[in-house]
Write a protein that binds this ligand. Structure first.
Ligand SMILES: NC(=O)c1ccc[n+]([C@@H]2O[C@H](COP(=O)([O-])OP(=O)(O)OC[C@H]3O[C@@H](n4cnc5c(N)ncnc54)[C@H](O)[C@@H]3O)[C@@H](O)[C@H]2O)c1
Ligand SMILES: [Zn+2]
Ligand SMILES: [Zn+2]
Length: 363
């Protein structure tokens, strides 16, 4: 039997979100319905509401979620009713040229549920193909990854987006390893997760860079060994400050977790010879960079970007939850507050004011 449940909808560009009754169909082949327990508020939800992703309103927001499988469609083998799952926005296809080469983490053809959820008979666009500020949501079975149910939903859900993006930027894309020096630009949820990932990997120096002292203070809790408040500093001054903390050399891995040309340039030049730059912050389509090509060549190393931390949910989600349950991964620190489903609009404003790392909607 299909369901009528409450969900957080963005109706049009820039207008406040509203809690409305949505229609969630029974799962078709390869689909599952999930009872959502917790869903973090991510910057991307706000980007959707602002029309910065696309114009396919109305959106069902929320995509950083954990819950329990309540119904499975035909042909579903990876999960069953009652499983505790984290939702992911890259369900790999197993058939594209990247999957067939044994690189499913870069799958070029990830998929979502075929059927649509609706509001007043109008098709909803679920944020990142998930839509989890709702009591129930419909996703492709591959978007649900079973993890140990001993983890609380409010921390487990965080693995579904920002925390995975940051951890993976350090661990997977950047390949941070024991003894490395690392700098992270932007200490929001994503940047702090990159710091946490660098700490876990055994980096010896982890430099946090932000404009906000409170953010830098939190970054130290995740394992930053040094911090730079770069407000009012020129690009050159930031680069020199990073070099001064690394015996004049710059860092092995420079992670940009904001999405701005200026901070990308700082990362590029604050990197040691043969070092790696990882761009995990999302730029807007108008942004440009201008770098001397001879420096790109002469410094060697790698310039990489990181989508979802180059994660493979089936490999990484259960592993990260195990590390959390063993006390080796700090997830609790990301949860600034737990809120109700009708407080998402307030949470967007707190995010804009920089007051929180993550507000988590408990459902
Ligand atoms: N690549 C991915 O798969 C992926 C996934 C999730 C989020 N993201 C992106 O990661 C970025 C960070 O997300 P978040 O949730 O941590 O955002 P956030 O807004 O919480 O954090 C950004 C931080 O950058 C700091 N900052 C802003 N301008 C700065 C500057 N010029 N110099 C230094 N610090 C500056 C802010 O003070 C803030 O602490 C966003 O662009 C987001 O869209 C990427
Ligand atoms: Zn694929
Ligand atoms: Zn997100």
């Amino acid at each position: 039997m299909a369901h009528e449940v409450r969900g957080v909808i963005a109706r049009s560009k820039g207008t406040p979100v509203s809690v409305e009754t949505i229609h969630v169909p029974d799962p078709g082949p390869g689909e599952v319905v999930v009872d959502i327990q917790a869903c973090g508020v991510c910057h991307t939800d706000l980007h959707y509401r602002e029309g910065a992703i696309n114009d396919e309103f109305p959106f069902l927001l929320g995509h950083e979620a954990a819950g329990v499988i309540s119904q499975v469609g035909s042909g579903v083998g990876n999960v069953k009713e009652g499983d505790f799952v984290i939702l992911n926005w890259r369900a790999v296809c197993g058939e594209c040229r990247s999957c067939l080469r044994g690189r499913p983490q870069y799958c070029f053809s990830t998929h979502n549920a075929q059927q649509k959820m609706t509001v007043d008979g109008v098709d909803l666009s679920p944020a990142l193909g998930i839509g989890a500020f709702a009591e129930k949501t419909l996703v492709a079975a591959g978007q649900a990854t079973k993890v140990d149910a001993a983890a609380e939903p409010e921390v487990a859900g965080l693995i579904g987006c920002g925390v995975m993006a940051g951890l993976g930027a350090a661990l997977n894309t950047g390949g941070v390893t024991r003894g490395d020096t690392v700098a992270v630009w932007g200490c929001g949820g994503v940047g702090d997760a990159a710091i946490e990932g660098s700490r876990i990997a055994g980096a010896r120096t982890i430099i946090a860079i932000d404009l906000d002292d409170q953010k830098l203070q939190w970054a130290k809790g995740f394992g930053a060994t040094h911090s730079i408040n770069s407000s009012g500093m020129t690009n050159d001054e930031v680069i020199e400050a990073v070099q001064a903390l690394t015996e004049g050399n710059g860092v092995d891995v420079a992670i940009e977790a904001i999405g701005l040309p200026a901070t990308y340039e700082q990362a590029f030049f604050a990197r040691d010879l043969a070092g790696t730059v990882v761009l995990v912050g999302v730029p807007n389509p108008e942004m440009r960079i201008d770098l001397p090509l001879i420096e790109v060549f002469g410094r060697g190393g790698a310039l990489k970007s990181s989508w979802y931390g180059d994660c493979l949910p089936s490999r990484d989600f259960p592993m990260l939850i195990d590390l959390y349950l063993q006390g080796r991964l700090q997830l609790d620190r990301f949860v600034s507050e737990k809120i109700g489903i009708d407080e998402v609009e307030d949470a967007f404003h707190k995010m804009e004011r920089g007051e929180v790392l993550r507000s988590v909607v408990m459902i």
